[in-house]
Design a protein around this ligand. Sequence first.
Ligand code: S3P
Length: 430
Amino acid sequence: MVLSLAFKKPALKGTIQVPGDKSISHRAIMFGSMATGTTTVEGFLMGDDCLSTISCFKKLGVKINITEDLVTIQSRGEDAWKEPSEVLDTGNSGTTTRLMLGLLAGTSFHSILVGDESIAKRPMRRIIDPLREMGADIRGREDGQYTPLAVQGTQLKAIDYTLPVASAQVKSAILLAALKANGKTIIHEPIASRDHTEIMLEHFGATITREDHQIKLEGGQKLTAAHVKVPGDISSAAFMIGAALITEGSTVTLENVGINPTRTGILDVIEQMGANFELEEHDTLGERSADVTIHSSKLKGIEIGGELIPRLIDEIPLIALIATQAEGTTVIRDAEELRVKETDRISAVVKELTKMGADIEATEDGMIIHGPTALTGAEMTSYGDHRLGMMAAIAALIASSEVVIDDAECISVSYPNFFEQLNLLTTRLS
Ligand code: S3P
């Protein structure tokens, strides 16, 4: 789908509830499938990635029922999963592919994971290396670096492992495998990444210890079904936050946005840039959430790096866009992980924003943006990457002429009603 957007520099007004958190939605399906009993999930993200996770578990024999406001998972526990007679298709989802590897490694059967073209280029050894240390039998192209991957389930043993990259996907794959391993697994996490897996393990009745950058989990623990409330995804909210910030006269409220501290780097960044916004926190257990009200703001350039990066890794395309409207220079460093996301997000962001007239250059591990610059219309490419597609659509709000986006349907990977909600907040979309 090629989409043509021409806005007359609208002000954004109104209140919306962004769709459910992608990371938490995936995990809710996985944990509900591992646990014994009936798990119910409220606020589940009906995006393509999470639907891929559901389809994989259905092929393992788990009963999953979807209605408009509830996903129900009925499972007799992980040991009742059956050997799939078809390949498990993870679509565009890195989280599904990587976390499933951790889960499948400790089964008693054979399975094959395959994803789309983008998944086929993403590195898997970061997952497979620690799993092999646990005894896993996984094979794939280039010694297991790339999908399709064949997993022969086996009895796993615990490991003591230091994460070489700050990746929640690697950490989570090991934790999920550790649940079925003999012994106590210890993970050392030099830089904190999102901790939804740790929170959900406790929610489903497991015991996990976390202190001094160390996570410890004893194998052989069984999970019990639970009710999961998924808050709105801050990574989706970020696009509407950015939209309100860079358009004149805007005030937008986003209800029930997840504000787990491992995910709120975007709020720290906009605060430092001088943004005008308020949070009203809800009284919740487990995953924290808040209503976020955001006003158009005059922004200034800042430096972003170090431990902040994993807390905003998925928001960098949007941050680059808002930096084009900030006074002064924004430097993003220590973000080399962007090169192995759905696409190489350093090259893609720089290339696309340059087309619109931004003053932006790529570095090895990030980018440098000089602002403010007026943006013009352009023919934009999403590279099939949902976050690039949304960055282009938000940029269109302030472009002086028409913006055309190819392959805009990829946005449904994480934000299926993105255009509907943008339409609600703006006066019109053409
Ligand atoms: C995710 C972890 C992050 C993030 C991805 C979702 C997760 O990936 O970029 O969108 O749900 O665990 P990495 O673990 O590769 O950093």
